[in-house]
Design a protein around this ligand. Structure first.
Ligand code: RNT
Ligand code: ZN
Length: 416
């Protein structure tokens, strides 16, 4: 009797879909896993509370509080996720040796050498984010757009430091570093002056980007946002600001699917972005009513985003990172669920007969298109997933969770 996989392969082949090609494409697709899920976005460089209009809620035991713990937790997660991925760091995760400290404006590559060893030992690349929040200099809620020149300068220096660190990551790992700039700046109530802060933000970005760096190695992104907690009326880095700045300066736009009005979807925006940008970066997250940064589920929008990446043929041009932080559940499990769901969404998209579907659309055969896309939902994706996981040496089903439960019992439970 042929194996289940052979049967699934034949079934997809009848639609013109090559399951082998799908598995291979998924195996080599690196997703950037955000370190900040492991410690509720606290980082190691300050004792400041999380600020900037983002929030973690919950107090599930076992949070990583040291670099060693965070790295061990990430290893546990990576061991249960097929394929090779990237590590996504924030500047606040600098690791200082005993007695050493450098403020955000003075950070240097050496403060990240342990992360470089971590990545190199595992053959991974590193992505990076300047941290414009959870810091006394961000207490006013304004950073790169601040009218206070001392504050603005401080953060400009931070941005420059982060470009140097990003280049160091790329040089050391041999893999380009995606460096994403997101600022929390904005106002709670209707501003008197909308233009001033945006003009200062543009000026600050010009200053940061004026330092020489290798544009092949460091891909600078700008992330937009529509609102945040405490900045409900106005954010400086709006979609129009970031898209225009990026287009004018040859940067990469970063779209976080929690950062739009609730009825807007990133899946519908991607094709337009692909037409006018060589590369596009994503933060895949799940907003529940608002930008709540819930763990990524295998929901319709995640699948639709994945479909757009594959159907457009532009999967390779997308720097895909996850961005969520849930402190109410096992944090390692949160990573694994989100990463595996993103992979499942991509696999589903890789198993669609896109050329045939496009043809149906162009020929106006909308009944056929509806019928086939609905039938496809019950095709044996799960069997191809199982084959993918087997080849990667990770559990295909919920057995991965047994390992996380063991880890919780043996490691996480012992943490204070
Ligand atoms: C905030 C942005 C930003 C952060 C991380 C921690 O709304 O999404 O990307 O979540 O940088
Ligand atoms: Zn984000």
């Amino acid at each position: 009797m042929a194996s289940c996989y052979e049967w699934a392969k034949t079934k997809y082949a009848a639609l013109g879909v090559d399951t082998e090609a799908a598995i291979k494409a998924l195996q080599k697709y690196a997703i950037s896993m955000h370190c900040w899920q492991g410690d509720d976005v606290r980082g190691f460089d300050t004792k400041e509370a999380l600020s900037g209009g983002i929030q973690t809620t919950g107090n599930y035991p076992g949070r990583a509080t040291t670099p060693e713990e965070l790295m061990a937790d990430m290893d546990k997660a990576f061991s249960l996720i097929g394929g090779k991925h990237k590590v996504n760091l924030h500047a606040s995760y600098a690791i200082f040796e005993k007695g050493e400290f450098a403020d955000r404006d003075k950070l240097e590559p050496k403060h990240f050498k342990r992360w470089v060893s971590y990545a190199k030992e595992r053959g991974m690349g590193i992505d990076f984010n300047p941290t414009f929040f959870s810091h006394p200099m961000a207490a006013s809620g304004l950073t790169l757009s601040s009218p206070d020149d001392e504050v603005r300068r401080f953060w400009v220096e931070h941005g420059k430091a982060c470009i140097r660190i990003s280049e160091y990551f790329a040089n050391e790992t041999g893999i380009p570093c995606v460096m994403n700039i997101w600022i929390p700046d904005g106002y709670k109530d209707t501003p008197a002056d909308r233009m001033g802060p945006r003009a200062r933000f543009a000026q600050s970005l010009d200053e940061i980007l004026s330092i020489p760096y290798d544009k092949e190695k460091v891909l600078v992104c700008l992330e937009s946002k529509v609102f945040g907690i405490g900045v409900e009326s106005y954010t400086v880095g709006s979609a129009e600001f970031t898209m225009s700045y990026v287009a004018k300066n040859g940067l990469v736009p970063l779209m976080d699917n929690g950062h739009y009005h609730p009825t807007e979807v990133v899946s519908d925006k991607l094709s337009a972005m692909f037409l006018f940008n060589k590369k596009v970066a994503l933060h895949v997250t799940r907003g529940v009513r608002w930008d709540s940064d819930h763990v990524v589920r295998l929901d319709d929008e995640t699948r639709e985003i994945a479909k757009e990446l594959v159907a457009s043929g532009r999967m390779g041009d997308v720097a895909l990172a996850l961005d969520f932080f849930d402190a109410s559940i096992n944090r390692v499990a949160a990573w694994v669920v989100g990463m595996r769901n993103m992979q499942r969404a991509l696999l589903g998209a890789l198993l669609m007969p896109h050329a045939a579907f496009k043809k149906l659309q162009d020929e106006g055969k909308f009944t056929d298109l509806l019928v086939m896309s609905e039938e496809l939902k019950f095709y044996p994706e799960c069997i191809v997933w199982e084959e993918f996981c087997n080849r990667c040496g990770v559990p295909a089903d919920e057995r991965w969770f047994t390992e996380v439960q063991q880890y919780e019992k043996n490691v996480l439970a012992a943490r204070k």
